[in-house]
Design a protein around this ligand. Structure first.
Ligand code: PLP
Length: 470
């Protein structure tokens, strides 16, 4: 491409992005499409001949970008939304545009330094030791959990993990079990501890389980707590769990992929007390630190634990080793070639300042509290689990109707299906103690009470429709 052609192409993309960011709220958040429909749009042989770049771009803007659910939309309430921000999106464009290799010091000292600096910001935010502590940016929370568990196994078990046992609650995110399986643990080595009525780790059951395992000659080596469960935003009793781990010599991992960022708010800070006691902590900036995908992070109490776990010294990397006192991030995690994730975090924090992040997170938590009060005043809605770290679970359950549990499940499932099919909001269900409930995760600072009011009105319309069939 000529310089002029590159400019024109780039400007078209920036124009499209600016247009998207400034009109996103008016768009429908949900995209629907069957495999057949997608095949009919996109399936073709790899083209032998090229096509005019603008033509390809316009096709993509028209067909691909419009057929993708907008996780940054104010009415995307489900799974964990990705609110993102424009500065970080531009930073990612820069990092990709320069194609910076963010693996080793010698290849890109500034990229390595920015990862060190931003990781240090996070270490301070979470009260981890500044000098000894360390961390690494990953593709997301799942990879951060995998990195943590590989490290825990290396440090606590060495090469023989045949007797090792790992503990997590029935509310731990599925990425943890996936990581445990990927690491080669057998079913018999995994203890899923029930949670109490508030969905918190049942500490006494955990203690009994550890004692029993010790009696049987097994090796309890790692415990995974969650600070902000995906279902309800519940924070496990971190201080109690930390004490158990300390006493038992167990690695204490906290999966804070969903909720850890809440530490920037006053309420979150209270709830997350004890988070600083973890041996390793998963944080997921592409969730509540408002970064675009993909950006997860693992923080560790002792950075040497990462290098002990992941260092390999092949001859073909001899020349990029650099001075041995410097950090090569490929020795701190699974990836060798890595994109420059730190840049977006660095640029957005420098641009907005931590205060802006604190305000946004506080707004999110307060918004969920307001939604809870609103629901509690209504004769149609039941709060199934109180707003916690900006997550709220509720169901349509009109007081005077006395519907059976089966009817309520059908009603709420129907509401969610119809809302999603209308494409006007992304609101799906989860199961709490076997009940079908609607779950809103309100981490988008652009979501307003009016958005939520409109969504409830939509839900009530569909509820009335279904009630006529009951
Ligand atoms: N852990 C928790 C508590 C989560 O809520 C999630 C995702 O929602 C993950 C881990 C996985 O993170 P990711 O989707 O970034 O891999």
């Amino acid at each position: 491409m000529s310089k002029e052609a590159m400019k024109s192409y780039g400007y078209q993309i920036v124009d499209a992005l600016v247009e998207h960011h400034s009109t996103q709220n008016e768009k429908l958040p949900v995209a629907l499409g069957s495999r057949e429909e997608m095949d009919s749009l996109f399936l073709e042989e790899a083209p032998e001949e090229g096509t005019d770049p603008t033509q390809v771009l316009n096709f993509v803007l028209e067909k691909v970008m419009t057929t993708s659910t907008l996780m940054s939309h104010p009415k995307s309430y489900s799974f964990v939304p990705g609110p993102s921000n424009y500065v970080s999106a531009m930073a990612d464009t820069l990092a990709t545009g320069y194609n910076i290799f963010s693996g080793g010091w010698a290849a890109s000292p500034a990229a390595a330094e920015l990862e060190i600096v931003t990781i240090q910001w996070l270490l301070k935010i979470f009260g981890f030791p500044k000098k000894k502590g360390g961390g690494i940016f990953t593709s997301g929370g799942s990879m951060a959990n995998l990195t943590a568990l590989a490290t825990a196994r290396r440090i606590k078990c060495g090469d023989d993990f045949s007797k090792a046992v790992i503990y997590l609650s029935d509310q731990a995110h599925s990425s943890n079990i996936k990581a445990i399986r990927v690491l080669g643990f057998k079913k018999e080595q995994i203890r899923i501890i029930p949670t109490d009525i508030e969905f918190k780790f049942a500490v006494n059951k955990l203690k009994n389980c550890i004692a029993k395992d010790r009696l049987e000659g097994l090796h309890p080596f790692c415990l995974i707590a969650t600070s902000g469960t995906t279902n309800t935003g519940t924070v496990d009793p971190l201080i109690e769990l930390a004490n158990i781990c300390k006493k038992e010599g167990i690695w204490f991992h906290i999966d804070g992929a969903y909720g850890a960022a809440a530490i920037l708010s006053q309420k979150g800070k209270q709830l997350l007390k004890g988070i600083e006691k973890a041996d390793s902590l998963t944080v997921d900036p592409h969730k509540w630190f408002y970064q675009p995908y993909e950006m997860g992070c693992l923080l560790v109490r002792n950075h040497k634990h990462l290098s002990h776990t992941f260092t390999e010294k092949p001859e073909y990397l001899r020349d990029i080793e650099g001075n041995t006192s410097e950090i090569n991030f490929y020795d701190h995690g699974i990836q060798l070639t890595r994109r420059f994730r730190a840049l977006k975090f660095y640029m957005s924090l420098k641009t907005f300042g931590l205060k802006e992040f604190r305000d946004a997170i506080t707004y999110n938590i307060d918004l969920a509290d307001k939604v809870e009060s609103k629901l509690r005043k209504s004769a149609f809605w039941e709060v199934v689990f109180p707003a916690t770290l900006a997550v709220i679970n509720f169901r349509y359950n009109p007081i005077e109707k006395n519907y059976s549990e089966k009817q309520l499940d059908a009603l709420n499932q129907y509401i969610s299906e119809k809302v999603v099919a209308s494409r006007k909001a992304l609101l799906v269900t989860t199961l709490l103690h076997g009940q079908v409930v609607l779950r809103m995760c309100l981490i988008n600072p652009r979501t307003t009470l009016e958005d939520i009011q409109e969504t409830f009105e939509l839900c009530e319309r569909f509820a009335t429709e279904k009630e006529q069939q009951l």
